[in-house]
Design a binder for this molecule. Sequence first.
Ligand SMILES: [Zn+2]
Length: 308
Amino acid sequence: MIMQRVSSSTTAFPTTAVPAAPIGMPRAATPSAQEGVLIDRMKASETIEHITVLNASPRTWRTEGYDVGAKYVIDQMTALGWEVHIEELPASGFMARGIVKNVIATRPGTAVAADRKLVVAGAHLDSVKNGPGANDNASGSATLLELAKAYEGIDTANDIKLIWFDGEEAGLLGSTAYAKAHAEDAPRTIAMVNMDMVGSIHGRVGYDLGLKTGTAAVSDALKGVQLRTGLTAVEYAERHSRSDHASFDKAGIPAIDFGVSVKGVEQDDPYYHSPKDTVDKINPQVLEGYGDLIAVTILELANRSTRW
Ligand SMILES: [Zn+2]
């Protein structure tokens, strides 16, 4: 998540959160067989192993540390059988301009090409200069890797693209450049699911919707997924444009941002943007709670033929 900026818009929306239950203590619910498999497979212990590797050094935009992180992602995704590559694009934002190197992995859906839609799930791989970025955002990057593994043998109708964005901390550079370069994909994109800071030490499982695209229908659908699976989360009243979901929201693609609330960053993670943002501060229960909910949300989206 980037620092607050003058032009950043934040708007409060009235929301009704699903009644809170302790993380990992589902209420009576009937997840589908595939949802059950995904929930079972998303394991914080394995996500933390990826964070530990990614956490070896800062992964700042335009540094060798970023390239090392990107290579790790490519090696992991290649081993899992996904098509994966680095896409270099020129980028410009409100803070900087330059080349970004997003890592993009694709898995084709099973629907016939004419009917096939797209779901994008993303996390920024880069970190700030003065910290290794375990929570911000090796947590989201590692969750994407675990998602790829959890989906082994679980086919979906729609294509799934997993994207590790570059240059988020330099002003959403990677996602801005991606959304611009792939504007032709926007009409067939069901939604973009972002994950940023999903292992906060004092955190909880929560999400906010796109400023422009977050409708009551999207909100209701997300709550429906929670009621069916027994997983719980808070929908934040404040929506913001401080992470990569904003680049898709601006392009009219329904965007869901899993992670800290805009007001709760420092409280949830006192190590935010500091050298102390290290893997030992990751909260495994929070990390697994996010992983479970993100996995089943993507399953719902990846089998839909229309937007909510
Ligand atoms: Zn950040």
